[in-house]
Design a protein around this ligand. Structure first.
Ligand code: C5P
Length: 236
């Protein structure tokens, strides 16, 4: 499998370093990338991120920064210093915040500059959830508007549901990276995800990378589950 075919990002949503490393040691960096999110980072800290990078994994540091521009810019620079492949901010933080984040890492050599993407609408949110927080648009319209804003800020891509990637592919520059969580096969439980899509359909819709957590980390045989996801997308 070449790097470009390496499109599954396994979300290491564990509560201890031992559990995270136990799975990482079984995974082949040629067959998946790894995502470190808020739970694992808050429990284990930056040294675990560096340890995973040192094991040759492309690490997506998914801390979804959302704060004033100066704070987010410094946080993104700190993420880049850890050697991660990708990191993210919330598009709702606004154009100024996203621009500051991009500028904070713009001067780095390309191999030391992580891809910087923005979260549009969390895949756990439905239209009713958006109304509760004062957003009257459909999730898809909100995703399209926030992706346009992210591109305007010069970001490399967005996190969205694979249900929205087809519409985004028609609108955004060709190299704009679409990262999609909420991926489930028919046999997987949705859990708290609401806008879920199957792996082959996600690729057919135009996703570049699929974030998969519990269907792999919670499987009786996580490696077999990863193989099944890779097989499904190779046939898409
Ligand atoms: O277990 P599951 O496959 O639902 O995990 C999805 C992962 O993707 C989680 O780590 C979650 O934090 C992350 N994520 C998401 N929706 C977003 C951005 C990130 O589910 N919009």
């Amino acid at each position: 499998m070449t790097k470009d075919e390496n499109r599954i990002i396994v979300a290491l949503d564990f509560d201890t370093e031992a559990k995270a490393l136990a799975l990482a040691e079984r995974l082949n960096p040629k067959h998946c990338r790894i995502k470190v999110g808020k739970e694992l980072f808050t429990r284990c800290g930056p040294h675990l991120v560096s340890a995973l990078c040192a094991r040759d994994f492309d690490v997506f540091l998914d801390l979804k920064f959302h704060d004033i521009p100066n704070t987010v810019a410094k946080a993104v620079a700190a993420a880049a210093d850890l050697g991660v492949w990708m990191t993210n901010v919330h598009a709702c933080g606004g154009l100024q915040m996203m621009t500051a984040a991009r500028e904070a890492i713009a001067d780095r050599e390309s191999d030391q500059r992580p891809l910087l993407i923005a979260v549009t609408v969390l895949t756990s949110l439905s239209a009713d959830d958006l109304i509760e927080v004062g957003v009257q648009k459909t999730p898809e319209q909100q995703v399209l508007d926030l992706a346009t804003l992210s591109a305007q800020a010069g970001l490399d891509g967005v996190v969205c549901s694979a249900a929205e990637t087809r519409a985004l592919r028609g609108l955004m520059p060709e190299d704009f990276c679409l990262v999609t969580p909420g991926i489930r096969r028919l046999e997987d439980a949705a859990g708290d995800q609401k806008r879920v899509v199957g792996p082959a359909e996600a690729i057919a819709n135009g996703s570049d990378y699929l974030v998969v957590g519990r269907p792999i980390t919670g499987a009786a045989d996580p490696l077999a589950a990863l193989d099944a996801f890779n097989l499904a997308i190779s046939r898409a």
